[in-house]
Design a binder for this molecule. Structure first.
Ligand code: MTE
Length: 331
């Protein structure tokens, strides 16, 4: 992959370049430029942009560009993790428990046709075909840190839109307090479903106000392309201020409830994985500290660990959701 280095230390091309890819792939845009009388310049610019476009996405899967997000906290200053790391070092227990297993095994996941059923305490329950879900709102690119409970993190340019767009569409009833995300559990295509590690399907949940927060992303892609299977194709959640396990992959159903749902990791070990699971360096996991993290791609014997930030660095955006709560008790 061609890596472009910028002055700000940002090595993956920024979203505006990925967006331009879409514009310049559009031949009509090209013709318009030429008609404006700047044919030579347009051609040079187009060729330049094509080169950038190639650097902008890995070119492994279908393009899914997103316009740069205006949502506060979709930061761009940190070095983006390389695609090869983000797509080969994964947790997706349906395909095995080793970090390399999902990339090796997830090719069996069947992502078409794909339906997401929205039900429970809503005025407008509905079954969405993936194609309709993709079009429900404009795709945005957002560069988020994702920190795993195991002590590693990545910085990934995700593509999707705020979960709130879908929630508004289905109109939750007044008594809806929680949103449950149920993921695919098909033993025919997911070799580890049926293993005793977890109680399948993998289920995660958020409080309704957390799910409504603009940072909560319903994601269909990363690095300007559709999600690779191992990263949760064709649709997953990304909740950047919570430990990675709250971000369920390959979602097939979304349910609105009035009671706190039982989630997969909480059922497996309630003393280790609380419902909230906000990134909190002051609350240790019972078996290890959460004060620091290893950034994937910065490995090596002498690589320094980074200090883990409260709410994974999104405190300004989400801190008020937990005002007055004891975050040691509600871990
Ligand atoms: N979703 C499902 N369905 N199954 C899983 O095992 N693992 C979670 C989360 N979503 C998981 C899941 C965990 S522990 C993490 S850290 C993130 O996915 C990892 O996402 P990534 O592999 O795309 O980085």
């Amino acid at each position: 992959m061609l890596i472009q280095t910028r002055n700000d230390g940002f090595i993956h091309p920024v979203s505006s370049e990925i967006t331009l890819q879409a514009a310049y792939q559009d031949r009509r845009a090209m013709i318009k430029l030429m008609a404006a009388g700047a044919a030579g310049a347009a051609l040079a610019s187009w060729a330049g942009r094509q080169a950038l476009a190639q650097a902008a996405r890995p070119g492994k899967l279908a393009a899914l560009p997103g316009a740069k997000s205006a949502v506060s906290g979709t930061m761009t200053m940190e070095k983006v993790t390389e695609y090869k790391d983000a797509s080969t070092y994964n947790n997706f227990y349906e395909f095995g428990t080793d970090k390399a297993d999902p990339a090796k095994n997830a090719h069996t996941l069947k992502t078409t046709p794909w339906t997401v059923e929205v039900s429970g305490l809503v005025k407008k329950p509905a079954k969405y075909q993936l194609e309709d879900l993709l079009k429900l709102s404009a795709q945005e690119e957002r560069i988020y840190r994702l920190r795993c409970v195991e002590g590693w993190s990545m910085v990934i340019p995700w593509v999707g839109y705020s979960m709130s767009k879908l929630i508004e569409k289905v109109e939750p009833l007044g008594n809806a307090k929680y949103v449950e995300f149920i993921t695919q559990a098909d033993p025919k295509t997911m070799p580890f479903v049926g293993s005793r590690v977890l109680d399948w399907p993998y289920v995660e949940a958020l409080r309704l106000d957390e799910a409504m927060h603009p940072l909560t992303l319903l994601s269909f892609g990363m690095y300007g392309e559709v999600l690779p299977n191992q990263n949760g194709a064709p649709v997953r959640l990304v909740v950047p201020w919570k430990y990675g396990f709250k971000s369920g992959k390959s979602i097939v159903a979304i349910r609105f409830t009035d009671k706190e749902p039982k989630t997969a990791w909480n059922k497996a070990a309630a003393n280790e994985y609380g419902f909230y699971s906000n990134v909190n360096p002051e609350v240790d996991h019972p078996r290890w500290s959460q004060a620091s993290e290893r950034r994937i791609g910065e490995d090596g014997l002498f690589a320094k660990k980074r200090k883990t930030l409260m709410f994974n660095g999104y405190e300004a955006q989400v801190g008020q959701l937990y005002a007055g709560m004891d975050l040691k008790k509600n871990f």
